[in-house]
Design a protein around this ligand. Structure first.
Ligand code: BDR
Ligand code: CA
Length: 336
């Protein structure tokens, strides 16, 4: 099994990424660490504890991390993910408590205990990882690989014209991480899933309907909107009910921003390619983060041609096959 540590700002699509990993027999989630991003870190932690319980995996460690970026003032985006970060979904209050370890301790201690074995997956701002690097500068060499959802290269941003959300929240941390993960062998370079590809990963109502059908629980609103056949009953399966209520909010946000009746599955894609590199094509580049720009702060810049004279420090996903990804996601989650 592939050992994974996840750092998240759950977050609708973060919760789907977690569900995908739970539903993947080849994945072994060692711990989930929480950062502020879509919503404040404490809310992220509550969401993760409650979601793991609903998904039947209450034993997984959940640790709180930094509640603020290392330099920037905190910004959150309830308009995108709902007041609690899970759209219209409601989860019962979790019955267990957080880990006694801080997120940074979790990363450092796990990585030291299993050198070269663990994939680190970050689907939120990079604050916790940057702080963990202060404790253990060897972290890049202790992990098997780092996989990040973040950035926008030859593609518009979603927070500023050229800046993606996860980097926008904590650009200083992002820069520290890209700098620290330089100089690794080619097969250990961080794998970066930026908006260039994740905005091609469009979840449609029929994907939710198909998940519901496979799970034996067809959510009626989604079915009605998608105009597909199915049993018109409210989702009886709690996980499908959550998905319907969370993703409906996310789709309404995308509709409001003229992106259509869909929701971008940024974080589930990053989780999937972490386990299955064949889900995308990559190109090496040297990545750096703009910190000084008055218009471009947080922009990720990729040097594809070695113009800076620095070795590549990232493998950027440049091409994906969305139908192949959704077949995989729907099968995994629907059969969970
Ligand atoms: C990223 O920002 C968050 O809102 C999503 O969860 C995703 O990780 C996309 O820019
Ligand atoms: Ca996220």
């Amino acid at each position: 099994k592939q050992a994974i540590i996840m750092d998240v700002d759950t977050g609708i699509d973060d919760s789907l990424a977690l569900l995908y990993l739970l539903a993947s027999p080849e994945a072994d989630i060692l711990a989930i660490t929480c950062t502020s991003g879509n919503v404040p870190a404490k809310q992220v932690a509550t969401n993760n504890l409650a979601w793991l319980e609903l998904c039947g995996a209450p034993e997984i460690e959940v640790a709180l991390g930094s509640e603020v970026p290392i330099v920037a003032p905190l910004m959150t985006t309830e308009e995108t993910h709902g007041p609690q970060g899970i759209g219209y979904a409601e989860l019962p209050a979790p019955t267990r408590t957080l880990s006694t370890r801080h997120a940074t301790e979790v990363w450092v201690e796990l990585a030291r205990s299993r050198p070269g074995e663990i994939i680190g997956l970050v689907t939120g701002p990079l604050t916790n990882l940057a702080l963990a690097l202060r404790i253990e500068p060897e972290l890049p060499r202790l992990l098997k690989r780092l996989v990040v959802m973040g950035g926008a290269f030859d593609h518009p941003g979603n927070t500023l014209p050229t800046t993606e959300w996860n980097i926008a929240v904590d650009p200083e941390s992002a820069k520290m991480v890209f700098d620290a993960f330089s100089g690794l062998p080619a097969d250990r370079r961080p794998l970066i899933c930026a908006l260039d590809v994740t905005e091609q990963i469009e979840m449609k109502p029929e994907h939710i309907a198909e998940i519901g059908r496979r799970a034996g629980s067809v959510p009626d609103e989604i079915i009605a909107e998608a105009d597909v056949d199915g049993t018109l009953s409210r989702a009886s399966n709690g996980v499908v009910r959550y998905l319907t209520d969370a993703v409906r909010f996310y789709m309404e946000f995308h509709i409001a921003h003229n992106q259509g009746f869909l929701a971008h599955m940024h974080d589930p894609f990053a989780a999937a390619i972490a386990l299955h590199p064949e889900l995308g094509t990559t190109r090496p580049a040297t990545v750096d983060v703009e910190l000084a720009g008055t218009l471009t702060r947080g922009q990720t810049v990729a040097d594809w041609a070695g113009l800076w004279g620095r070795e590549p420090n990232a493998d950027i996903v440049v091409a994906v096959d969305p139908p192949k990804f959704f077949d995989h996601l729907v099968e995994r989650v629907g059969d969970f």
